[in-house]
Design a protein around this ligand. Sequence first.
Ligand SMILES: Nc1ncnc2c1ncn2[C@@H]1O[C@H](COP(=O)(O)OP(=O)(O)OP(=O)(O)O)[C@@H](O)[C@H]1O
Ligand SMILES: [Mg+2]
Length: 496
Amino acid sequence: MELGTVGCEDETPNTQIFYFVATKESEVKRGLFVQTKTKEGLLVGRIEEIIKTNRYFMQPETISNYETAINLHFPTDKWEFLLCKIYCLGILDGAVRKANYPVSPGEIVKIAEDKNLEKLFKFDKQGLKIGNLSGHNLEVKLNLNRLFQKHIAILALSGAGKSYATAVLIEELLNRKDTQGKAGVLIIDPHGEYSSFAYDENFSQNASLIKGKDIRIGLPHLPNYYYNLFLPNLSFVQERDLIKIVGELKKSEDVFGIKEIMQKIEESENIKQATKDVLLSNLYSLNSVRLFGYYDTPSIDSLIIPGQASILDISEITSEKKKQMIVAYFLRELFNKRVKRKIPPFIAFIEEAHNFAPERSSKKNFSKGIVEKIAREGRKFNGLLCLISQRPVHLSTTSLSQCNTHMYLRITNPYDLKHIGESSEGLTSELLKSITSLEVGEAVLVGEASSFPLFVKIREKIVGDIETNKSLEEECISYLEKKENRKKDAKDLMEQ
Ligand SMILES: Nc1ncnc2c1ncn2[C@@H]1O[C@H](COP(=O)(O)OP(=O)(O)OP(=O)(O)O)[C@@H](O)[C@H]1O
Ligand SMILES: [Mg+2]
């Protein structure tokens, strides 16, 4: 479809930018891909900006002379036209290469053909179908290896569609055939949004849901490292005495919990009373977290199974400390097992990643260390992360900089925009501007997964909707209904 004709404007056409005047009928849109002929071959570019212009209104004096009656004297509407600014992506010549010569003025600009776009973006027929290329009727199929060549970050403001896009990605991972290669999926779910995978008839076979209240860290096999991590206020001597007691218990008992450690400390004749007091008060507060038990639930080995998702639903846990401990423990143990190739390759999706790996934090954050470690070293072992956050400014820069594919949905906060502009090489100032005006469910993919910034309309997800998305009205009504039902149940019980 012809869109318009190349014109001369603002020192263009040059090898990077050209403008074309759109025909009246053409439906040009920012982000649309176009093609035109040059003497080097077929040039493909993207509409970066659309400018409306009308020479009747170029001179302020003319407008002033005729005031609001200008269109009674001249056919002004006939002189209005659209000027499209094109950013040249390259010449399609087998591979894509940079243009050495500009397009000629007068050349016809057409909408880019699908087969050329497939070549440009190196889409993979076997890839993850996350949606359609915005403005085009072309399925975006991302190659798994390129998408997870390293880690991914999905960033946007609240309500822009991060969790929706993440659910689509997870659906694609779970629907892969054995011959296409399947990774295990772990979902850290602080809002209980992904539990629908476990209830949906299309996915329940491939998803297991672990509720926060059932999660336990087994003490008898807990490596000493965690005593140092979870009890950061202990001195060297206090920690040494604690580890000694735990070591003795490990030798003599098959199972033991915090209470047994406390009892052994109280009975010990080798530990000073002052040390005992500190250890007991620290262990008392660790016990109050209600996370430690005789064995791991879920077991580390059961968490990662090829083509299966394990959802850690920590939505009903209010303690930030407890949530971080869960993430710290399970991620570290998974990473260690993956390094030894004892579990299959995995992708860990971490919602609200800024809470688990914050850039700055006033209190000790238990999970930041392991998230950063996997971000730095995980790729070598195919232990991969997908970090999801609505506040990129607050997300650890060490982790963010290791994500070499970024998916942006709508972001408007200027601090976040500045931050992502600095942390993502492929983002031009025009692209940053487009991020502010994306619609819900529309994403820009930048980085390794796509040769060029890719505007995607995320497809509809298959998995059923999640209860947490109730409106305020619905939530208030259902709260009252539940309260009434509880009252009625209690009354019925009394009358029995
Ligand atoms: N691709 C899409 N297609 C259709 N609807 C969508 C799409 N993306 C998002 N939505 C709608 O927008 C709502 C908000 O999306 P979502 O929950 O994914 O936002 P979010 O970015 O995760 O927000 P938060 O930061 O609050 O978690 C969804 O409930 C859904 O109704
Ligand atoms: Mg969300």
